[in-house]
Design a protein around this ligand. Structure first.
Ligand code: SAH
Ligand code: SF4
Length: 374
């Protein structure tokens, strides 16, 4: 029985078993759930009336009790290099200004969508604009997968045409493993062959290193893992990525190697944002190589993206090249991330919407918070 006064159930974000259980409550067979999945994700439908192979009375019944509700776009921008960015309104955010961002980066052989998992982030990495704004709330599974749904619509994807989103990276705002349940549901929909049908190698989860959740993930799914390392020793990583104080590097690396073994993965990518004079010296590259040598590990060097109020600076290109060369000489596969979408602030660490920052006064690398004047 359904309660006529109950708010409509949002079908977006329900995994296949959840959708099957839901249609069962309406007396429908499981294949109805499969039809719904195809309509919602493959064909990008949000109106039951359009779902023409569902029985008419079932469509009418769904329209009375359910909906496909996607996040609302506040602003869309397009970069000269083809990168697109959408700012999404999130109901329940603390201020009307609060929003999250989704970014699409086209390349000749792929289209990568960078999605957010939380509004803000509690982990407070010292070089990250999202961390600077503090934590507001977790995104729901609908809000996470809804970013992919919206991007497909905004890019004008023809359901029968080529894919415009070939890869999804959970590297936007937030720490995905701190929103485990909802992120896992969204990943299941990304991988489901009636959902977005992406191969596990084309979905990458980036984490700052929540060790217990990496072990949990190793049991639950097998997407590619990227880990934000940023420092070759605990003393420095404690400063840059404070969660390191809870889960130091040795523990984190043990969890990574476990993940690879359990998931038969190819390698873990270690993200390393180069901060001038802080973590970009050749001896630090050698120390980093010492941690990773002999393991299936890659390093992705990220140019720092400055934001107002930060005292960090981007390492000059020759320092980046030297750091890379040291790693490569030591036998570590290393790539340097190109910056894209600079003209629309679409780079890592700049994903903070129009959220009002907490005022942060910096003393070297150690942040000291001050109250915002009224
Ligand atoms: N919370 C997750 C995923 C989101 S951050 C994580 O930390 O991994 C995505 C990547 O951007 C991380 O590697 C993060 O360290 C990096 N990043 C954050 N701020 C940055 C900045 N200002 N410049 C360059 N990279 C940054
Ligand atoms: Fe959070 Fe990642 Fe930013 Fe750290 S780098 S504050 S974990 S979003």
């Amino acid at each position: 029985m359904t309660d006529a006064a109950a708010p409509p159930c949002n079908l977006l974000g329900l995994t296949r078993p959840e959708l099957e259980a839901y249609v069962a409550t309406l007396g429908a067979r499981p294949y109805r759930a499969r039809q719904l999945l195809k309509w919602i994700y493959r064909r990008g439908a949000d109106q039951f009336a359009d779902m023409t192979d569902l029985a008419k009375d079932f469509r009418a019944e769904l329209a009375g009790v359910a909906e496909v509700r996607v996040p609302e776009i506040i602003r869309a921008s397009a970069s000269a290099d083809g990168t697109r960015k959408w700012l999404l309104r999130m109901p329940g955010a603390a201020t009307a200004e609060q929003a999250v961002e989704t970014i699409w980066i086209p390349e000749p052989d792929r289209g990568t969508l960078c999605i957010s998992s939380q509004i803000g982030c509690a982990l407070d990495c010292s070089f990250c604009a999202t961390g600077r704004q503090g934590f507001n709330r977790n995104l729901t599974a609908a809000e996470i997968i809804g970013q992919v749904w919206l991007a497909n619509r905004e890019l004008g994807r023809d359901p029968d045409g080529p894919r415009l989103i070939t890869n999804v990276v959970l590297m936007g705002m937030g720490e995905p493993l701190a929103n485990y349940r909802n992120v896992l549901a969204a990943i299941r929909l990304l991988l489901d062959d009636l959902g977005y049908d992406l191969s596990r190698r084309r979905v990458t989860l980036s984490t700052s290193g929540l060790v217990p959740q990496i072990y949990r993930l190793a049991e639950d799914c097998n997407v590619a893992l990227a880990v934000s390392l940023h420092a070759p020793n605990d003393a420095l990583r404690d400063e840059l990525v404070p969660v390191n104080r809870r889960h130091p590097i040795a523990e984190l690396l043990a969890a990574c190697w476990h993940y690879l073994e359990r998931q038969n993965g190819r390698s873990v990518t270690f993200e390393y944002t180069l901060l001038e004079g802080i973590n970009d010296q050749p001896r630090q590259a050698r120390e980093l190589a010492g941690l990773l040598r002999g393991h299936q590990a890659k390093v992705n060097l990220i140019p720092f993206n400055p934001f107002p109020g930060t005292s960090y600076r981007r390492s000059p290109p020759e320092v980046v090249a030297q750091f890379r060369d040291e790693l490569v000489r030591a036998g570590v596969t290393t790539t340097v991330r190109r910056t894209r979408g600079d003209d629309i602030d679409a780079a890592c660490g700049q994903l903070r919407g129009r959220v009002l920052d907490r005022t942060v006064v910096r003393l070297g690398a150690r942040p000291v918070r001050a109250a915002l004047p009224a």
